[in-house]
Design a protein around this ligand. Sequence first.
Ligand SMILES: Nc1ncnc2c1ncn2[C@@H]1O[C@H](COP(=O)(O)OP(=O)(O)O)[C@@H](O)[C@H]1O
Ligand SMILES: [Mg+2]
Length: 251
Amino acid sequence: MKRQKEQAERNSRLTAMGEMAARIAHEIRNPLGSIELFASILQREIADENQKRLVNHISSGVKNLNHVISNLLTFTRQPKPVFKEIDLHKFLDNLLQFGEFLMDKNNIRLEREYYPSLLSAPGDEELLKQVFLNIIRNAVQAMHEGGVLKVKTGVGEKGRNDKPPHLDRRAFPTRCGGKYIEIKVSDTGAGIAKDNLDKIFNPFFTTRDKGTGLGLAIVHTIIESHNGIIEVESDVGKGTTFTILLPKTKI
Ligand SMILES: Nc1ncnc2c1ncn2[C@@H]1O[C@H](COP(=O)(O)OP(=O)(O)O)[C@@H](O)[C@H]1O
Ligand SMILES: [Mg+2]
């Protein structure tokens, strides 16, 4: 019941935030459109190169703002996944290649422990990309002095279950018809204080100076839209593991 209450609170906060963001975005977009239009007219009217450059700054500022607003909107809209069968190892390899530039300069070693045969599951690649990039980014940020980022995959089966930490998790194998996929991402970073563990998925919860607190809130809604589960285990000073469970077939 506690989990369900937390969930309901999280959802209503997200909904409220989404409505507010959509209204603000709308109010800002119209005048922004005018600024963009007039800047481009001005750009054509003036001959002086220096002045053209100044007008260019206005245009690119407007483009940036537009980008920020679109991002905010994707963050707050309820995700509607378009399901496709995904080859998970290929998907993860692509993603990790992309994430490597994050790890390189931070002295982080990448370890992979993949399930020995092909793993696939239905999912929305674009949305799942957001999930793992957010988790990896957080992991890298938690390892200031370097460390190991490990990605492990496996299959779960009803009956074979490892320690079920809560009811949600215990019901999960049945809910997804017996078979599910498990992806673990762990880091050897700072860890998360016990008091914060049940807050990290809340929108706007952050312990970072420049954090938005939106990353894991987005991750959570995306995993939910896939009928999956996400869990976290953490030891302060030792590291953190995120476990994602996804149904093997669409439910
Ligand atoms: N791998 C991790 N190690 C330690 N702390 C983490 C990790 N992932 C998330 N956190 C904690 O959860 C908070 C929320 O994360 P997130 O929603 O991504 O927002 P942000 O990254 O903007 O702070 C972080 O500020 C941090 O305290
Ligand atoms: Mg983050």
